[in-house]
Design a protein around this ligand. Structure first.
Ligand SMILES: *Cc1c(COP(=O)(O)O)cnc(C)c1O
Ligand SMILES: [Zn+2]
Length: 455
């Protein structure tokens, strides 16, 4: 099978094409974003059933690099890569589990959580970064003069870039908004040896600087406007469907910031649909923080208008973005997937996240945004109690220990911590421990949802 892929301008009136190994992020004809296009006719030479079997055979095997959730689908992701240039740490293959108790509590029979944060650097960003860094390795092997790979980040992109570059021995540069990311997220690129630049601005300010830096072609841009990342991230939807034995869920809810991931999710479903692996499409819901909600505002106008904004400070720091790069791609995807956009306040996201933890999760604030949105849509009847709903959990909660600590100490601004749990500090005396313990057990009631807080 002779498979090819190339960059394609997303503007239908332009349609310019560029080689996949060219250093280019926007169309040089019209300035639009690019997407990776695949030779669908060649891909059709395998039947839907053959693709399913191939993907299943490779899933989590030790056969390098196909055991990776991304590279198990290599032909659909980036067939142009030589296996020798692949930089992989077996990303993906993350657990999708039935959140039975949480679902029961809120009134959803069929609620599932896709734990994308259970990956190498603790977020879904690994899925895209393995593709991008592999391509850089291949370009360098082919003689391209690339000295470093750079990104602006709200904390997770930088962690993934630093790790994959360290794995490949390629220098990385990360630009972070000073004081706006968690301690764990800051120490990840530092530990991986990245050149770490903390700038006195927000994410959008870092993005503006990195765009200028990467006009110099020797510094390669790793933000998600680079559509190679989207190709890796789109394997999430394929993996979900595969984990459901090729059944399509009704609703997928995803927290959105720069909005690359919502289009990636759509891209995976579209490709499965076009190649006959699935026969229906899910509804996609994008969940935003009310402090950084430019897509939500656009949704309220039926997507007829869009205005970037200055993002306010939100606990969901990885989606604190006011001027999303992938806005047009996201709107296209939402239109195609009968999409919904909804927002969550600080109070809603923090309480949704805490409530979910009390059913056994340990989820990040962005997952909290998605869960709060699930509750709101259920309350409004836009999600039915019998719908199969998948919430995409985008990062590991352990990156956000500070958020959780402050929640349980009831110290978060604008949040009333309804599910706070405090440790009991006691002398090491059996009688006193017993007394305190039984008092506490007596007081422990069943977990309840206070529907009033979900407006
Ligand atoms: C990057 C990120 C998002 C948002 O993804 P976009 O593609 O920027 O919309 C959400 N949650 C977490 C934890 C992230 O790291
Ligand atoms: Zn163009």
């Amino acid at each position: 099978m002779n498979l090819r892929c190339w960059f394609h301008c997303i503007n239908p009136e332009c349609g310019a094409q560029y080689p996949i190994d060219q250093v280019i992020y926007r169309c040089s004809e019209c300035g639009s974003l690019l997407e990776v296009a695949h030779d669908m006719a060649a891909l059709r030479s395998r039947s839907a059933q053959e693709w399913r079997e191939l993907f299943e055979r490779r899933y989590k095997t030790a056969e390098w690099p196909y055991g990776s959730g991304v590279w198990g689908k290599k032909e659909w992701v980036c067939p142009a890569l030589d296996n020798n240039n692949i930089v992989s740490m077996y990303e993906g293959g993350t657990n999708l589990f039935w959140a039975e108790r949480l679902g029961h509590l809120i009134g959803l029979d069929d609620l599932w959580i896709k734990l994308c944060g259970n990956s190498h650097t603790g977020s879904f960003k690994d899925l895209g970064m393995t593709v991008l860094v592999s391509m850089v390795k291949q370009m360098i092997a082919g003689g391209a003069d690339i000295r470093a790979v750079a990104c602006a980040s709200t904390g997770d992109t930088s962690a993934a870039l630093a790790a994959y570059c360290a794995c490949a021995g390629i220098p990385s540069v990360v630009l972070l908004p000073r004081g706006k990311i968690s301690t764990a997220q800051l120490i990840q690129p530092i530990a991986n040896g990245a050149i770490t630049l903390c700038l006195d601005t927000d994410f959008d300010g870092c993005m503006a600087v990195v765009k200028e830096l990467t006009k110099e072609k020797r510094i390669y841009l790793a933000n998600s406007m680079n559509s190679l990342r989207i190709e890796g991230q789109k394997t999430v939807s394929i993996e979900i469907v595969q984990q459901f034995d090729w059944q399509v869920p009704d609703i997928v809810i995803i927290p959105g910031g720069n909005l690359g991931n919502v289009s990636a999710l759509g891209g995976g479903f579209s490709m499965m649909y076009e190649l006959g692996l699935i026969r229906k499409l899910p509804r996609i819901v994008c969940a935003q923080s009310a402090k950084a909600n430019p897509l939500y505002r656009s949704y309220l106008t039926g997507f007829s208008r869009f205005e970037p904004m200055e993002a306010g400070k939100t606990l969901a720091s990885a989606i604190q973005i006011g001027n999303p790069v992938s806005i047009n791609k996201a709107i296209d995807a939402l239109k195609k997937f009968n999409g919904i956009v909804e927002q969550a306040s600080e109070d809603e996201l923090a309480n949704a996240s805490a409530m979910a933890d009390l059913t056994g999760l340990f989820n990040c604030p962005h997952t909290g945004v998605a869960l709060a949105v699930a509750l709101k849509l259920l309350k409004r009847g836009e999600i039915r109690p019998t719908d199969r709903v998948v919430v995409i959990s985008t990062a590991h909660g352990l990156k956000f220990a500070g958020f959780k600590t402050e929640y349980h100490e009831s110290r978060l601004p604008e949040v009333s911590s309804r599910y706070a749990n405090q440790p009991l500090e006691l002398p090491a005396d059996v009688e006193q421990v017993k007394k305190a313990l039984f008092e506490r057990v007596e007081k422990t009631r069943d977990l309840e949802v206070n529907w009033n807080i979900w407006s």
